[in-house]
Design a protein around this ligand. Structure first.
Ligand code: AMP
Length: 217
């Protein structure tokens, strides 16, 4: 089962990918996590990526395509994957089609999480992330068992630099201009399924698991 999770920043892509990957034994491939790993290396590319992420801007298509070309050939992707945050532009989607064709794979479903901007803003200030395993929490909606600590690693959770209202508004603008056209792209391919993401995460997750079990067993 190969899925794309699609949606504006803070729509819940990462939370739902983390919530279903174990049940279906598939790999979450998060473009944001991959980029943040590169930032940690302090390479020239990492420094350039950090500037763009902190400014709420997209990383260029060529960099993203190269990263995914490499990532999708790795062993853990063989059992199936959830693409979380990629593709985000039309050239990325077209390059993904070519990559998958050469690997003899296909996308089974694109889930688009629909969330109004007011909810995205409300969510952004409360998101906390584990710097080690990248697990996502929310102070109110998905709280950790011990305040401020990752349930799995036990270490202090962090607030991402780009998780503030001003940067979120820029990221949503990027999404509307560059990513939203992909809705039509995947709709035409009859792969798109819209999900009402403006509900409590546990409710969306439960519905998602039931729907995927029904479709893919
Ligand atoms: P995310 O963790 O998915 O919210 O991504 C964080 C940031 O990484 C985004 O705001 C972009 O700056 C960058 N990014 C992630 N995925 C992509 C992509 N597919 N194309 C361009 N930039 C991306």
């Amino acid at each position: 089962m190969n899925l794309i999770f699609f949606g504006a920043p803070n729509a819940g892509k990462g939370t739902y990918a983390q919530g279903i990957k174990n049940d279906f034994m598939i790999t979450q491939v998060s473009s944001g996590d991959m980029l943040r790993e590169e930032v940690k290396t302090s390479s020239v590319l990492g420094k350039k990526i950090k500037e763009l992420i902190d400014a709420g801007k997209f990383v260029d298509d060529q960099t993203m395509i190269e990263l995914f070309k490499q990532r999708l050939t790795e062993k853990d992707c063989e059992k199936g994957f959830i693409l979380d945050g990629f593709p985000r532009t039309l050239p990325q989607a077209q390059a993904l089609d070519e990559m998958l064709e050469s690997l003899n794979k296909k996308i089974d479903l694109v889930l688009s999480f629909e969330v109004p901007i007011e909810t995205l803003i409300d969510r952004v200030t409360g998101r906390r992330t584990c710097p080690k395993c990248n697990r996502i929490f929310h102070v109110r909606n998905v709280p950790p068992k011990v305040e401020g600590k990752c349930d799995d690693c036990g270490i202090d959770l962090i607030k991402r630099v780009d998780d503030n209202e001003e940067t979120l508004r820029k990221r949503v603008k990027e999404f509307q201009e560059k990513t939203a056209p992909l809705i039509e792209y995947y709709d035409r391919k009859k792969l798109l399924l819209k999900v009402d993401g403006d509900r409590l995460p546990e409710i969306v997750l439960k519905e998602l698991k039931e729907m995927l079990k029904e479709r893919f067993g």
